[in-house]
Design a protein around this ligand. Structure first.
Ligand SMILES: Nc1nc2c(ncn2[C@@H]2O[C@H](COP(=O)(O)OP(=O)(O)OP(=O)(O)O)[C@@H](O)[C@H]2O)c(=O)[nH]1
Ligand SMILES: [Mg+2]
Length: 489
């Protein structure tokens, strides 16, 4: 059949659809009515398809946002989700955390060495020897002379400064400029002698503040930490990296330093409670300084690496009714400079897990040392509860770091001294948890723009045994509410 190369001089479709020339008024009215009905049907079909698509999309995608101040445990909660729902990937990545753990260890040691250096600096002139009674806290630091064995340890552990620089260079890109200061140990601890009422107070300044290392989200730092010279393979046993070799070499001295009675006394006087600081591994020195050291699940959960920016982790449910549902978990940085990055995620979030570290009642924010950390958490929770954009979002509260709260109260730190409204209640961890729960629940009730259920858990998200059950319960609840809401659409 011949094909015409020239375009027709009139639109054949328009011609075919044009009403007949001899159409009567009656026929015209009937034709218009038919066309209108057809248009309505077509529009209804389009709308149904659109709604179905929207519903399908909503049913299949759950967006969970993790909020809370810095060091509240958001990234640790994310790692718990990864451990539970993508265990193979989590296991494979454990070796990449070794550099972070090494850095955490080295920084703990260096913070002790800094404390010794500080005492030494202030004590150049005649001094009395250190008290023979290591439990005596009465002596002023200004009269302390470092005994020779500590001077010797200080000298021998000097290579750890170099290891710290090496590890930072490995983990943090060279062009990274933002620096946040966060000391170890006492840097964000409140001077125990200053009472506060949900409290503002002046914290002591510690001379050995370290810069906290952070990474931006994405695989970059993992690639860097897996690269040479730390090519440890996936078992962690093939080759030994330089930092691990130095740690291993210094093992005896590190153990001696950490177990030294005088060192403990100095730390105690300075209110430096290293055991309660993030990234604390000094009670596992034999294991973590061995040449074959390979991080366990627990080690990865205890590692401290500050988040700057936003990281998103997604996984698909592989079994049961939830099969095919995609979960996206969004982890944000919690320090004050990071909080403006939260808002864009409020738009289409399904649920929020808000973490409030209730053990921080005697600490101050690293970024603003005039603000008590518990007070900051309370204000932040109030803001989240009252936010109109989040009015229909399920809020799940994790009153976190209950393990630290427990040990703090049991060691004699009095909660009522910092939280006056705690009053005469017994200084007991369970009473304290209950008290905090009721306070946070009241804020939720009073500040939610429309009434909603309160989901509150007392957690220690580094603990794999208890957290697994809580996360499973939260997941079920979020999904149930999500399905219910999408059915109401
Ligand atoms: N003992 C104890 N440590 C915890 C708990 N939760 C978190 N941590 C530790 O606290 C440190 C800080 O936790 P992260 O999860 O990094 O805190 P984050 O909220 O992500 O902090 P940013 O990234 O700065 O916003 C890590 O070393 C964790 O291992 C807990 O319940 N108990
Ligand atoms: Mg984080």
């Amino acid at each position: 059949m011949p094909v015409s190369r020239d375009p027709p001089d009139r639109d054949p479709l328009a011609a075919a659809l044009r009403p007949p020339i001899d159409e009567t008024e009656e026929e015209k009215a009937s034709r218009i009515a038919e066309e209108e009905a057809a248009r309505r049907v077509s529009h209804a079909i389009d709308e149904a398809i659109r709604q179905e698509k929207q519903q399908r999309k909503k049913q299949k995608l759950v967006r969970l946002l993790l909020l809370g101040q810095s060091e509240s445990g958001k990234s640790t909660t994310l790692r718990q989700f990864q451990r539970l729902y993508t265990p193979n990937a989590f296991r494979e990545e454990r070796v990449l955390w070794r550099a972070v753990i090494q850095l955490n260890i080295v920084r703990s040691i260096n913070s002790i060495l800094d404390a010794l250096t500080d005492i030494r600096r202030r004590d150049v002139y005649p001094s009395t020897p250190y008290t023979s009674d290591p439990d005596s806290d009465s002596e002023s630091e200004n009269h302390i002379a470092l005994p020779p064995h500590l001077e010797e340890l200080r000298r021998r552990l000097y290579p750890l400064r170099h290891v710290e620089s090496l590890l930072i260079a490995k983990l943090v890109p060279p062009n990274e400029t933002e620096a946040t200061t966060l000391g170890y140990g006492g840097s964000n601890s409140v001077n125990g002698n200053v009472p506060v009422r949900w409290g503002v107070h002046q914290p002591p300044s510690h001379p050995f503040q370290n810069k906290e290392v952070f990474v931006r989200p994405g695989a970059q730092w993992k690639l860097r930490s897996s690269g040479r010279p730390q090519s440890a393979g996936t078992t962690g046993q093939e080759t030994v990296d330089e930092s691990q070799a130095v740690l291993h070499h210094c093992r005896a001295d590190i153990v001696a330093l950490w177990n030294d009675a005088i060192v403990r006394q100095i730390l105690r006087r300075r209110k430096i409670r290293l055991e309660e600081t993030p990234g604390f591994y000094l009670n596992d020195l034999d294991r973590v300084t061995s040449l074959q050291y390979y991080p366990s699940d627990d080690d990865v959960l205890r590692a401290r690496l500050k988040t700057v920016g936003v990281s998103e982790y997604s996984f698909h449910m592989e079994a049961g009714d939830e099969r095919g549902t995609e979960w996206r978990i969004i982890d944000v940085g919690g320090s004050r400079s990071q909080r403006p990055t939260w808002v864009p995620f409020f738009d289409d979030v399904t649920a929020i897990i808000f973490l409030a570290p209730i053990s921080a009642f005697d600490q101050v924010l690293a970024e603003d040392r005039s603000v008590n950390r518990l007070e900051d958490s309370v204000l932040l929770w109030k803001e989240v509860c009252s936010n109109k954009m989040l009015a229909k979002v399920d809020l799940v509260l994790f009153l976190n770091k209950c393990d630290i709260l427990d040990s703090k109260l049991k060691s004699g730190v009095r909660l009522a001294k910092y939280v006056r409204s705690f009053g005469e209640r017994p200084n007991d961890p369970e009473v304290a948890q209950k008290y905090f729960r009721s306070k946070f629940s009241a804020i939720h009730r009073e500040h939610s723009p429309i009434p909603r259920k309160f989901y509150g858990f007392c957690t220690s998200v580094t603990d794999t045994t208890t957290t697994g059950g809580i996360i499973a319960a939260v997941k079920d609840m979020v999904l149930r509410e999500h399905l219910r809401a999408s059915k109401l659409l």
